[in-house]
Design a protein around this ligand. Structure first.
Ligand code: ADP
Ligand code: MG
Length: 250
């Protein structure tokens, strides 16, 4: 579903991704860990083309991100085609970014109705089903300010799912939450994984990564330091840098 080979990205003189190799199979969960500034968010943003890569190859579900193959030549996609591709990828951020003036249900209905042309009735029925799925069946009419951080994040997940993505990207989805609210969000993600969603999750929740991750990838300074079975990488890593990082977050 995601195939990265030698992906490079720089901002001015700052080399942020220095050749990332990473693959995520369909239906698998890849957990991405590493110190602040190592390039995790930038890499996620490259996957859904919020950033353009400078080198290497990056493909999602067989399509090169941002390009269309025409015979042997590659053509850069226009903004409209990029937006269409992006719709297949759900993204959940550390900050939930719900529309404050819309209810939970309306937040979830917004993109299907406005972007995908789904009827209001269908979008509402779908939103209700998704709210049930994230354990918020009774909160359809609540505004974000009336919900806890954990509940807002679960609405944000439901909102991303409303576009029926084939891939979900999570960027530290529980980092902004009070500790007692983290579990409910992780439970929703765990269930999503069990239902077969392909997921790339930037997280420092080592327990989650070990239990739910099919692979763990440790990044530092724009490179993949080591990757593989979470039970190995996060329990008995090969690399000293991984060891030092884990001793700090555990
Ligand atoms: P992480 O998510 O692992 O903490 P990021 O991908 O957010 O790391 O950032 C990696 C590096 O790239 C940091 O040094 C950050 O300051 C820099 N960076 C990220 N986005 C931009 C940008 N739009 N312009 C300039 N520098 C950026
Ligand atoms: Mg980040």
């Amino acid at each position: 579903m995601v195939h990265a080979r030698g992906v490079r990205k720089h901002f001015g003189k700052l080399q942020v991704l220095k050749g990332i190799d990473l693959s995520v199979e369909r239906g698998q969960v890849c957990c991405l860990l590493g110190p602040s500034g190592s390039g995790k968010s930038t890499f996620l943003r490259c996957i859904n083309h919020l950033e353009k890569i400078d080198g290497g190859r990056l493909a999602v579900d067989g399509d090169l991100v941002g390009y269309r193959r025409h015979g042997t030549r590659l053509h850069e996609l226009r903004e409209k085609a990029i937006a269409a591709h992006r719709r297949d990828i759900g993204m959940v951020f550390q900050r939930f970014n719900l529309f404050p003036h819309l209810t939970a249900e309306q937040n979830i209905m917004e993109a299907p109705v406005r972007v995908a042309g789904v009827s209001t009735a269908t979008a509402r029925a779908n939103a209700r089903r998704l709210l049930d799925q994230v354990g918020l069946g009774g909160r359809a009419g609540h505004y974000p300010a009336q919900l806890s951080g954990g509940q807002q994040q679960r609405v944000a997940i439901a909102r991303a799912l409303a576009m029926k993505p084939k891939l979900m990207l999570f960027d530290e989805p529980t980092s902004a939450l009070d500790p007692e609210l983290v579990g409910d969000v992780l439970d929703v993600m765990r269930q999503l994984a069990a239902d077969g969603m392909t997921m790339v999750v930037v997280t420092h929740e080592i327990g989650f990564a070990r239990e739910v991750g099919d692979t763990a990838v440790f990044m530092d300074d724009g490179r993949v330091v080591e990757s593989g079975d979470p039970q190995k990488v996060l329990v008995d890593p090969e690399q000293e840098r991984t060891r030092v990082f884990l001793s700090k977050v555990l």
